[in-house]
Design a binder for this molecule. Structure first.
Ligand SMILES: Cc1cc2nc3c(=O)[nH]c(=O)nc-3n(C[C@H](O)[C@H](O)[C@H](O)COP(=O)(O)OP(=O)(O)OC[C@H]3O[C@@H](n4cnc5c(N)ncnc54)[C@H](O)[C@@H]3O)c2cc1C
Ligand SMILES: *[C@@H]1O[C@H](CO)[C@@H](O)[C@H](O)[C@H]1NC(C)=O
Ligand SMILES: *[C@@H]1O[C@H](CO)[C@@H](O)[C@H](O)[C@H]1NC(C)=O
Ligand SMILES: *[C@@H]1O[C@H](CO)[C@@H](O)[C@H](O)[C@H]1NC(C)=O
Ligand SMILES: *[C@@H]1O[C@H](CO)[C@@H](O)[C@H](O)[C@H]1NC(C)=O
Ligand SMILES: *[C@@H]1O[C@H](CO)[C@@H](O)[C@H](O)[C@H]1NC(C)=O
Ligand SMILES: *[C@@H]1O[C@H](CO)[C@@H](O)[C@H](O)[C@H]1NC(C)=O
Ligand SMILES: *[C@@H]1O[C@H](CO)[C@@H](O)[C@H](O)[C@H]1NC(C)=O
Ligand SMILES: *[C@@H]1O[C@H](CO)[C@@H](O)[C@H](O)[C@H]1NC(C)=O
Ligand SMILES: *[C@@H]1O[C@H](CO)[C@@H](O)[C@H](O)[C@H]1NC(C)=O
Length: 536
């Protein structure tokens, strides 16, 4: 029988207890510990930049703040262990170093507009944390040398606004939706109304600052031209954490012209659309960008729905010249003077993004989305005519809230060769089609919507003898395939790699990934694989 423990027993128990306590240290405690030793500072310093479930409301509001797709915020979606919200560059470097040391899986978020939420949800690996760059959103515009340094957490709308604040005749060729983050957006290419005049956002990047897999802060010169090639279109979350882009500003006229003209099936939409397909990516002046939005609307007789096709356009010039260009190249639309609105470039940004026409441009400084919804998107990049108007209309009428958006490529995209950047789709005849379906009710049957979009996508399969399927990496689609945990399999990844980048560019990206991130620190469902087995 043991009466009372001796002092040596006691010290063993204390020792055991302390080992147990250390062992039970949470990921967050270990991470905080690592950060404080990195900065030789007090751990409490990080309590406000590491957001955990201990403060449930703050955790939820931070997680939800920029998550654009509500499908990835449902209660059953995996949640991060914590959200790290760096306030400066060294915080990001330390986060990479500490995550590596502790074996913690990171997701990187800038604007949170990833179609499949891979910047804030890992469906393949837990635990994980989010490095959320929302507090790093400085923008320094220098009109004298036509450039700006923009931090990854800024939205493209903030960038447009800050440029317009300094000059009425400068702009930047980025995306149409103003709440997308420049971190992910430019990494995946960045396409908008100025693409036919000036190319992609990524084609107009002069320099960048990135934290690599080892936690080093590199710029164009120190990373080298080959990684610098990869980060301009190779897709976010692959090669490091972009902290800054140095972008090249482009000239825009003091006054531009916009219009939106809608035609229903009954108003000859099919014939007009066929002419648009003939001219939009190639024949038409590069100053003119016209996208077409297909969606169901109430029919004129109010007893059913019909398909409306909206021609939504930006012209870098005045209405007079626009009318001449339209008369010459696209007469079937029947554009008239009263359809044309002349305004400043920054006002046209708001117009094309869908803000009401009296909105003050400073709305862009809100730096966040005005809506969130449940959605699923897919994309195709086609060359040549799609003669499927009636069948597409029939299918659109079967879905609650679908959209088909047709964007012309061509123009200045051809100023670069297909291997000049990871963005492969630079031919005179390409256009980018976006399929979208959205809903607003959490308890709706999701599979109904997913089935609908998968069916229309299947229907649109291009003829096998003309081209293989192509898509835009910024419209991420996990149906194309998913990397298994820590996947390194090139063959599996080709299911999306070849589609987003074309086979040769994809091989180059794998080669670069192997060099700059051999441990696969930056990985997600569709990251570039580190395949050591194949020769590239
Ligand atoms: C409503 C809506 C409208 C859109 N409109 C357009 C458009 O007009 N034109 C267009 O081209 N695209 C458009 N997109 C697509 C958009 O460009 C992509 O979703 C883009 O990736 C968003 O960037 P983000 O920073 O907001 O996204 P996030 O979700 O934060 O990130 C997207 C991807 O990039 C990675 N990433 C994020 N930040 C960094 C970083 N700093 N360094 C490295 N990797 C990072 C993430 O890990 C993730 O893989 C739209 C998307 C939505 C939802
Ligand atoms: C925290 O670190 C300790 C000491 O290295 C380790 O034993 C423990 O497993 C870590 N905790 C977690 C949750 O990883
Ligand atoms: C949670 O965070 C918010 C915002 O910082 C703060 O106002 C609140 O007091 C915190 N709640 C708790 C329980 O710490
Ligand atoms: C970032 O902030 C930390 C304090 O959290 C500080 O120690 C460090 O010097 C800062 N780094 C830079 C580059 O400002
Ligand atoms: C802007 O660019 C010019 C020309 O390169 C340079 O001289 C000037 O210092 C820059 N201004 C700022 C504020 O960086
Ligand atoms: C009403 O319009 C729809 C779509 O244009 C059409 O399909 C339907 O036949 C019309 N109904 C009547 C009663 O005209
Ligand atoms: C704004 O829109 C309204 C309604 O569509 C229209 O009447 C008005 O003329 C527009 N104003 C300008 C400046 O375009
Ligand atoms: C959401 O969908 C559920 C189930 O279909 C339905 O009961 C509910 O009324 C819907 N809510 C709204 C606001 O439409
Ligand atoms: C890679 O994936 C393909 C397709 O799933 C499979 O056939 C092949 O065996 C895998 N290769 C390796 C090395 O795991
Ligand atoms: C992932 O693979 C790398 C090597 O490619 C290895 O070093 C690392 O430990 C792996 N991580 C996990 C979580 O399996």
């Amino acid at each position: 029988m043991v009466s009372s423990p001796s002092s040596s027993y006691l010290s063993i128990i204390v020792l055991l207890l302390s080992v147990l306590l250390i062992d039970s240290a949470s990921i967050e405690e270990n991470f905080t510990q690592c950060l404080s030793s990195y900065f030789s500072s007090n751990p409490t310093q990080f309590s406000t930049i590491i957001i955990t479930r201990k403060n449930e409301s703050l955790f939820t509001s931070t997680l939800d703040s920029t998550a654009q797709n509500l499908r990835y915020l449902t209660p059953s979606t995996p949640k991060p262990e914590f959200i790290f919200t760096p306030l400066n560059e060294s915080h990001v470097q330390a986060a990479v170093i500490c995550s590596n040391k502790l074996g913690i899986h990171m997701r990187i978020r800038s604007g949170g507009h990833d179609y499949e939420g891979v910047s804030y949800v890992s469906e393949i690996e837990t635990p994980f944390i989010i490095i959320d760059l929302a507090k790093l959103r400085t923008i320094n515009v220098n009109i004298t040398d036509n450039s700006a340094w923009v931090q990854a957490g800024a939205t493209i709308g903030e960038v447009y606004y800050r440029i317009s604040e300094k000059s009425a005749v400068h702009g930047f060729p980025g995306g149409i939706c103003t709440s997308i983050g420049v971190g992910g957006h430019i990494a995946g290419g960045g396409f908008g109304t100025l693409a036919r005049k000036y190319g992609l956002a990524a084609d107009n990047v002069l320099d960048a600052k990135l934290v690599d897999a080892k936690g080093r802060l590199l710029d164009r010169e120190t990373m080298g031209e080959i990684p610098f090639w990869a980060i301009r279109g190779g897709g976010g979350g692959n090669f490091g954490i972009i902290l800054w882009w140095k972008i090249k500003l482009v000239p825009v006229p003091k006054s531009v012209t916009v219009f939106t003209v809608s035609k229903t099936t009954e108003q000859g939409a099919e014939e007009i659309f066929n002419q648009w397909q003939d001219v939009a990516p190639s024949v038409i002046d590069n100053d003119l960008f016209i996208r077409v939005i297909f969606q169901p609307v109430s029919a004129a007789n109010k007893t059913g729905r019909t398909i409306s096709t909206s021609y939504n356009a930006l012209f870098l010039g005045d209405a007079n010249r626009l009318l001449k260009v339209m008369q010459q190249n696209f007469p079937k639309l029947g554009l008239t003077e009263k359809d044309c609105l002349e305004m400043s470039w920054i006002k046209s940004v708001l117009y094309i993004a869908g803000y009401p026409n009296d909105t003050n441009p400073n709305v862009l400084l809100q730096g966040k989305s005005t809506f969130q919804n449940y959605f699923k998107g897919k994309s195709d990049i086609f060359s040549g005519q799609v003669g499927a108007f009636k069948e597409l209309s029939r299918r659109l009428l079967q879905e609650d809230d679908p959209l088909l958006i047709w964007n012309p490529l061509g123009g200045a995209l051809l100023d670069h060769s297909v291997y000049d950047s990871p963005f492969f789709y630079r031919s005179e005849y390409y256009y980018l089609v976006e399929y979208l379906t959205s809903w607003h009710n959490a308890s709706e049957d999701v599979s109904k919507h997913l089935d609908w979009i998968r069916e229309i996508y299947k229907y649109m399969t291009p003829p096998v003898d003309t081209q293989s399927r192509a898509a835009y990496v910024n419209y991420r689609d996990l149906d194309l395939g998913v990397n298994k945990k820590n996947a390194t399999n090139f063959t599996e990844a080709a299911a999306w790699g070849n589609v987003y980048y074309g086979i040769n560019n994809f091989k180059s990206l794998v080669k670069i990934k192997r060099k700059v991130d051999p441990e696969n620190v930056f990985r997600h469902e569709q990251s570039i694989p580190v395949d050591l087995s194949i020769k590239v």
